[in-house]
Design a protein around this ligand. Structure first.
Ligand code: PRP
Ligand code: MN
Ligand code: MG
Length: 181
């Protein structure tokens, strides 16, 4: 495999910092949902690492399911029109749902997804996202659990990709402009 260090400019969050943050988020989720049957819904593919670590940091019993979604049309992912590539296997009616995401960028994916899951008569739909970019927001989303707010820079690692690369980094880092220029 190629060496990726030269593609990165700065480590924003180390493996250890991410681990500590996930533990904090898990403790908050456990406290809020005590005794309730909550379905974790991971959004493929970026949320795979957050889900894998979050679900193991949780004390309670949390079933999980996955969705894969993609934006329609022009190639820009900020259209807000979303297509389901892989749907849930689980019936949501009457269920408490917690969407697990790696990052909220424009917020358009999540805004659509949340409305979609609510329309399936879920009892509640909340969001847990490790990262959020407030400066990039195109729509307001009520996010119950956020790890960190970050500046509007291109970040990769821990599930986050550029062109399907860098997802397997154990830290979250900014991508050097020469990579995407
Ligand atoms: C990324 C990220 C979020 C979404 C956020 O997914 O994982 O799911 O974009 O963007 P938004 O807030 O502007 O809608 P992507 O579509 O790149 O797919 P991936 O998870 O497979 O990388
Ligand atoms: Mn994603
Ligand atoms: Mg992506």
């Amino acid at each position: 495999a190629e060496d990726v260090q030269g593609d990165l400019t700065e480590v924003l969050f180390s493996k250890e910092e991410i681990e500590a943050k996930i533990a904090e988020l898990a403790a908050a989720v456990d406290a809020d949902y005590q005794g309730r049957d909550v379905l974790l819904v991971g959004v493929l593919k970026g949320a795979v690492m957050v889900m894998a670590d979050l679900c193991r940091a949780l004390q309670g019993q949390y079933p999980m399911d996955w969705m894969a979604v993609s934006s329609y049309g022009s190639g820009t992912k900020s259209s807000g029109v979303v297509r389901i590539l892989k749907d849930l296997d689980t019936d949501l009616s009457g269920r408490d749902v917690l969407i697990v995401e790696d990052i909220i960028d424009s917020g358009l994916t999540l805004s659509w997804l949340r409305a979609n899951l609510e329309s399936r008569r879920a009892a509640s739909v909340e969001v847990c996202a490790l990262l959020r970019k407030p400066e990039a927001a195109k729509t307001a989303i009520d996010v119950k659990y956020v790890g960190w707010d970050i500046p509007n820079e291109f970040v990769v690692g821990y599930g986050l990709d550029y062109d399907e690369k860098y997802r397997n980094l154990d830290c979250i880092a900014t991508l050097a402009p020469h990579v995407y220029a």
